[in-house]
Design a protein around this ligand. Structure first.
Ligand SMILES: Cc1cc2nc3c(=O)[nH]c(=O)nc-3n(C[C@H](O)[C@H](O)[C@H](O)COP(=O)(O)O)c2cc1C
Length: 457
């Protein structure tokens, strides 16, 4: 033992500093707990109300922050919500919640956050029974890591294998990308039925001018669909096939602007235009939809809009050597044709388009371009069905069963499936048909490995 007074003094100072740091951590944790309790109290659902569970798995805090913002948005829209650490829950508690929104980040090299250690080792080691549970998943990651959103994707696979039902496809956020976070907000709006919510991250819009509007389906028994083309005013933005444009709606009659609408971009920047296929919607009273009525009618040629093209990583295509199976209906052709156009003029692994609409005579959208693509070899195979034609009457999902053998051959060659179009009418039917032909496990494996991608609305 030392009796050197200087060394004793230093030792006392070291112990004092250590104690202070312990107290500081305790105080910080207590403050964080108090803050969490205060937030929870502010959001506390009324007694007896069915609250949506918002569960997070976070390493450096962003997923947690987004969980609280999610819960706040839900409760502001009248849907009670409660927040929990995903790693603290048992599968039975998830099941009992019936509806869960999960925000999960990836750390290390595709690893789960530390708080998920027990959950991953115990709960996720085999499928659980989560039948009856609906979920939405926001996966946070950074594309510069080899295993992008690795944990979010693994979690998605486990939830699917456990029988849980996705409310919508996994939303992947690259490095906090504001557009993807707004897409999550947009999905929350659909859950709560309120499309107007305060933007967490207001988009920086550019001005675009409408340069063309072509009616694609005159005399169709369905709603009028238009090809719209815009040119940037003084800017040349970059985007890739699969990306989405947010078009801000103008404020009217002194009321607050009604937010933005999302549309799949059909063109590529090299064309100098952003093209969309927009169907005019009709409200129950017969009046045209707010956004679609404005874009397909009121907005004059030469008129300008606020627009921003945002990255939609979950619908980006594989490299050109990968065979592509494109499946969709109606205005979904926009999101599909972008992938075809992206391969024009370069060697590619082949593309097969399965498309459904109402009548061959009036609804064969972009027929000239599709025929030319087939003639040039850009499109290897084209199968179209028309549900209102006498002698046809099929929907696009029927094609999957009819061509099951060819589909398996394409997949064995490494093909990726991209689906774009309506959620209710088409994507559920396509999903079930794929499951019937390929088996649930293979479809989950294709989902996890990014070979089954959807952009459905
Ligand atoms: C040490 C470290 C490792 C990471 N590893 C990955 C990875 O393998 N894959 C990925 O997609 N993102 C990775 N990320 C990015 C995070 O997922 C991303 O920053 C996320 O927004 C963090 O959310 P959180 O703050 O809730 O943990 C990593 C981040 C850090 C700091």
């Amino acid at each position: 033992m030392t009796h050197d007074p200087v060394r004793l003094l230093w030792a006392a100072i070291a112990v004092g500093l250590w104690l202070l740091s312990v107290l500081a951590v305790v105080a910080l944790r207590a403050r964080a707990r108090r803050a969490a309790a205060a937030k929870a109290e502010a959001l506390a659902p009324p007694a007896g109300a069915d609250a949506v569970l918002v569960a997070f798995a976070s390493q450096t805090g962003l997923a947690e922050e987004l969980a609280w913002m999610t819960a706040k948005s839900l409760s502001d829209a009248g849907t009670p919500a409660r927040v929990a650490l995903l790693g603290d829950l048992e599968p039975a508690e998830l099941k009992a919640a019936e509806r869960v929104l999960i925000i999960a980040s990836t750390t290390g090299e595709g690893d789960p956050p530390d708080s998920m250690s027990w959950f991953v080792r115990q709960a996720m080691k085999a499928p659980a029974d989560l039948t009856g549970l609906s979920y939405g998943l926001l996966a946070l990651g950074d594309h510069s890591y080899a295993d992008f959103c690795g944990f979010g994707r693994a979690l998605d696979g486990w939830l699917l294998r456990s029988g849980a039902e996705p409310l919508f496809d996994r939303v992947e956020v690259d490095n906090g990308d504001a557009g993807a976070v707004r897409h999550w907000q947009h999905q929350l709006g659909l859950i709560t039925g309120s499309t107007v919510q305060a933007d967490w991250t207001p988009p920086a819009y550019d001005r675009w001018r409408l340069v063309e509007r072509a009616h694609l389906n005159p005399d169709s028994p369905g709603g009028a669909a238009y090809l719209l083309a815009f040119e940037g005013v003084d800017h040349r933005p970059h985007w890739v096939a699969g990306d989405i444009a947010e078009i801000g709606l103008p404020a009217r009659d002194g009321e607050a602007a009604p937010g933005a609408r999302e549309y799949s971009v059909a063109s590529l920047p090299a064309s100098g235009r952003a093209e969309f296929i927009v169907r005019r919607m009709t409200r129950p009273d017969g009046s045209p939809g707010l956004a679609s009525g404005w874009l397909t009618g009121e907005l004059p040629i030469g008129g300008s809009v606020d627009m921003r093209v945002r990255t939609n990583r979950s619908f980006h295509g594989p490299d050109a050597a990968t065979p592509l199976i494109l499946i969709g209906n109606g205005t979904g052709l926009a999101g599909l044709i972008a992938h075809l156009r992206a391969r024009a003029g370069q060697p590619h692994g082949g593309a097969w388009l399965m498309f459904g609409e109402r009548t061959r005579a009036h609804d064969a959208f972009l027929d000239d371009e599709l025929q030319a693509a087939q003639a040039s070899g850009l499109l290897t195979r084209l199968d179209r069905v028309f549900s209102r034609d006498a002698g046809d009457g099929r929907y696009v999902q029927t094609l999957i069963g009819e061509h099951a053998d060819a589909l398996r051959v394409w997949l064995d060659r490494g093909a990726a499936i991209m689906v774009c179009g309506s959620l209710e009418g088409m994507s559920k039917g396509v999903h079930e048909a794929l499951e019937a032909v390929l088996g649930a496990d293979r479809l989950i494996e294709l989902t996890e490995t990014g070979r089954y991608r959807r952009d459905v609305y």
